[in-house]
Design a protein around this ligand. Structure first.
Ligand code: NAD
Ligand code: WQD
Length: 354
């Protein structure tokens, strides 16, 4: 019988794109998600895209009994662990929620895996664990820094927990994937990022302005020591990230211990460059104004992704233009996120745009 990969947080933004990549590669998946930042509609659309039924359990990774039940009922041989809370701003206001969800949740998951002798894990980490980088581009071996918010600290704690786990028992094989700035959406326009409430990240904020839901974009800081005074980041397409997960899972078949890989393009773009590119590609003008620097922002960072290329055969294939086109298509087709009716809207939106 075919083994199953458990995808925690698989109804969310990166998890749903990765579930699609795994299914497309012929793998069996089971999604576990408590839907605190997602909805069933993303899974329905996955089923539409793949033409297969996606096994889904609504539940929480902190529910020990549920996890034991899942591991006993399904023939799981690996876990992709996306479930967690991810808002930097919220983590400052609600640190206990973040430590409980992210750290305790991961602890629970690892316990349940160990009890069921499932030792392969791919973990969603973040470039935030580097803190303010000493050297750019960032290489994995430079070591982690000091994350400046509770969210970042949960990611670093989990990385340390996973490292200790691998030292304690050689049967574990764990991939820690440090994402840079994920953006974009599946090219179908059917799945994408669907933030609950007010978005904080640059691209969701920018597209809110583009569709007229916000009057202008606030650019945090114009006096950084960068190419044009605004912050520089390494934006990476979510479909490339999904492919990175597939390759990391394959790599775990051949190696034990913990392995860390940066998933980024290796190219940095400033906030102003993103705005200008968006305007050039979509033809939509983005009104913006400068505001003081946002607390905790670093001036610039981008990845050295060569380790992922050497060891996984992975590199990002989609450029900034593709990322913007796919982000915009998702936004146009789904002005109400997953509450939108995609087929109808897609035809209207694309007629207007093309
Ligand atoms: P997301 O919020 O869209 O997805 C996370 C999913 O986990 C959601 O569907 C949510 O409902 C679920 N979830 C949260 N807590 C849970 C719990 N206790 N039990 C079960 N399900 C739970 O976020 P995303 O952007 O897809 O991020 C996925 C992972 O990648 C997260 O761990 C995030 O920290 C990490 N990450 C994201 C980014 C980014 O910018 N999007 C960057 C670096 C790392
Ligand atoms: C990018 C740039 C902002 C919004 C965050 C998390 C990180 C990871 C990815 C999860 C910055 C500027 C933004 C706006 C702006 N997430 N900006 N106006 O901060 O690099 O990374 O998401 O792991 O941990 O910290 O991404 O998209 O929020 O910001 O000027 O309205 O855009 O100041 O320079 P960031 P971002």
């Amino acid at each position: 019988m075919q083994k199953t990969t458990l995808i925690t947080g698989g109804a969310g933004y990166i998890g749903s794109h990765t579930a699609l990549a795994l299914i497309d590669a012929g793998q069996q998946v089971l999604v576990l998600d408590n839907l605190c930042n997602s909805c069933r509609e993303s899974l329905k659309r996955l089923e539409f895209l793949t033409r297969i039924r996606v096994d889904f359990i609504e539940g929480d990774i902190r529910d020990t009994k549920l996890l034991d039940d899942i591991f006993s009922r399904y023939d799981i041989d690996a876990v992709m662990h996306f479930a967690g809370l991810k808002s930097v701003e919220e983590s400052v206001r609600q640190p206990l929620e973040y430590y409980a969800n992210n750290v305790v949740g991961t602890l629970n998951l690892c316990h349940a895996m160990a009890r069921s002798e499932v030792f392969k894990l791919v973990f969603s980490s973040s470039a935030t664990v580097y803190g303010a980088p000493r050297k750019i581009p960032i290489i994995e071996d430079l070591g982690t820094g000091k994350p400046v918010n509770p969210y970042g600290r949960t990611k670093l704690m989990i990385e340390e927990l996973l490292t200790d786990l691998c030292l304690s028992d050689p049967r574990w094989s764990i991939a820690v994937l440090r994402y840079f700035n994920p953006i974009g959406a599946h090219e179908s326009g059917l799945i994408g990022e669907n933030p609950n409430g007010r978005p904080n990240n640059l691209l969701p904020c920018l597209t809110q302005v583009a569709i007229g839901r916000a009057p202008e974009l606030t650019v945090f800081g114009g006096d950084y020591p960068t190419v044009d005074g605004t912050c520089v980041r390494d934006y990476v397409h979510v479909v490339d990230l999904a492919d990175g997960h597939l390759k990391a899972l394959q790599a775990l078949q051949r190696r034990n211990g913990i392995h860390v890989w940066n998933l980024g393009t290796g190219i940095g773009y400033s906030v102003l460059q993103i705005i200008r590119s968006f305007e050039d590609i979509t033809g939509v003008t983005i009104p913006f104004r400068f505001a003081p620097r946002r607390a905790g922002d670093i001036a610039q960072c981008w990845a050295d992704p060569s380790k992922a290329w050497r060891e996984l055969g992975w590199h990002a294939q989609r450029d900034l233009m593709q990322m913007i086109i796919d982000t915009w298509r998702w936004q146009l087709c789904n002005p109400q996120g997953y509450r939108s009716q995609p087929e109808l809207l897609a035809s209207i939106a694309l007629k207007q745009w093309v």
